[in-house]
Design a protein around this ligand. Structure first.
Ligand SMILES: Nc1nc2c(ncn2[C@@H]2O[C@H](COP(=O)(O)OP(=O)(O)OP(=O)(O)O)[C@@H](O)[C@H]2O)c(=O)[nH]1
Ligand SMILES: [Mg+2]
Length: 392
């Protein structure tokens, strides 16, 4: 007896949990039709949504000349190595519904392909855990961390420490890992809420959001703390850079000064002596010499706090490389941007452990000033590890 396809969606914090839920509800023959990431915000949990259909058991599928009745059956049949679903069993007698059906089948095939890839990712992560010869509880937590973008080596180190401390209970291992992440991600007061006169300089790779983040900080300081704010830019390199900052300054009624060398910077700072928050923008440069020259110039400003800005969207390995490149400049704070574009924000940990500096704020969008947040310790941990609760 052919089964009637049942199509259902399942949501869970990660793809392995969503797959497990689909298999639990629909049985091991469930056919995954689509997977998609459901966006979370900083305060909303992101989820993975899987659409699955109750498939036919392989032995039930006709081996030849079968005709799928619905798209789900067609995909099940095709995935199970059955016959070409487009043509009817009676070859040469095309049916009127063939064309819309084949369109749907094409779409569904693509979805199945995407789902297969997602499944391959999950399997690879699980295999990585096994290859490391971690006990099941450790492999599970390791897979979760890697799935959230945490560098595999960092994940392994934390999981092994947690296993040694707690024993092989996945929930206890995960709880201990949360503590370890918390120790590595230290929050601090939002730069726009600092007392007294405060100088903040943004340094970091090209295009990570230095200028935008400074504009967000300025707007927050003006709106929330009623502070007098001034901008100084050292970015005379990129065409349009001064105009970009001047536009923000104009909108906010904050002066924008340009400095090309230490003398000009000192004079600019004197001119904005009454500003409580001075935001110093720098040019994103790729050459290490240019980066070092600019950092040396920034450091001539008395009591300046240097914020290294990194983009979470670049992934763990790139974040680690950026942190290594900029560590020599001794940044005082870390700013993380583009969390909204990061497939897994866990990569932030790679930068954080390398520069070992407090995280002053996290940006998750282009809107000024809404998309910048000074997160608490637990919020930072949640960003990396995902929402609290049992291991999924
Ligand atoms: N999605 C997203 N986009 C962002 C975020 N922060 C900045 N951007 C965007 O990233 C682009 C580059 O931002 P900028 O602020 O000009 O970057 P920059 O680091 O100053 O760039 P350079 O000065 O050229 O090195 C702009 O389109 C911003 O709107 C963020 O948190 N999320
Ligand atoms: Mg800029």
């Amino acid at each position: 007896m052919p089964m009637t396809p049942t199509v259902r969606t399942f949501r869970a914090p990660d793809s392995s949990a969503a797959l497990a839920a689909a298999k639990a509800a629909l049985g091991p023959e469930a056919v995954i039709l689509a997977t998609r990431a459901v966006d979370g915000g900083l305060f909303r949990r992101a989820e993975v949504e899987i659409t699955a259909a109750l498939g036919q058991a392989e032995e039930d599928l006709p081996r030849t000349r079968a005709r799928p009745r619905t798209p789900a059956q067609a995909v099940a049949l095709h995935a199970a190595g059955g016959v070409e679903p487009r043509r009817s069993a009676r070859a040469g007698t095309p049916r009127p519904e063939d064309d819309p059906l084949s369109d749907e089948i094409r779409l569904l095939r693509r979805s199945v392909e995407e789902a297969r890839r997602a499944l391959a990712d999950v399997t690879r992560e699980a295999r990585a855990g096994r290859d490391l010869q971690l006990p099941p509880a450790g492999a599970e937590v390791h897979a979760r961390l890697v799935g959230r973008g945490v560098e595999a080596g960092l994940a392994e180190g934390m999981v092994r420490t947690a296993l040694a401390a707690t024993g092989p209970d996945p929930a206890a291992v995960l709880a201990h890992v949360r503590d370890l992440v918390g120790e590595r991600l230290v929050p601090c007061r939002a730069p726009w809420l600092h007392d007294g006169r405060h100088l903040v300089a943004a340094v970091g790779p090209t295009g990570v959001g230095k200028t935008t983040t400074l504009a967000k900080m300025a707007a927050r300081a003006i709106l929330e703390a009623r502070k007098r704010v001034a901008f100084v830019t050292l970015d005379t390199y990129r065409i349009g850079a001064t105009e970009q900052l001047s536009r923000y300054g104009e909108i906010m009624g904050a002066p924008v000064l340009v400095a090309r060398d230490a003398g000009e910077l000192a004079r600019a700072l004197e001119r904005v002596a009454d500003a409580e928050l001075v935001l110093i923008d720098t040019a994103g440069r790729s050459s290490p010499d240019d980066v070092a020259r600019q950092a040396a110039l920034v450091r001539t400003a008395p009591r300046v706090q240097v914020h290294l800005v990194v983009s979470a969207a670049t992934g763990a390995l790139e974040l680690a490389a950026v942190a290594d490149r900029y560590r020599a400049l001794h940044p005082d704070r870390l700013v993380v941007t583009k969390v909204d574009e990061a497939a897994g924000p866990g990569g932030i940990l790679s930068a954080s452990v390398r520069v070992s500096r407090p995280i002053s704020c996290v940006a998750d969008g282009q809107r000024v000033p809404e998309d910048v947040h000074a997160l608490t310790g637990p919020q930072l941990v949640e960003l990396i590890v995902g929402p609290d609760g049992a291991v999924e």
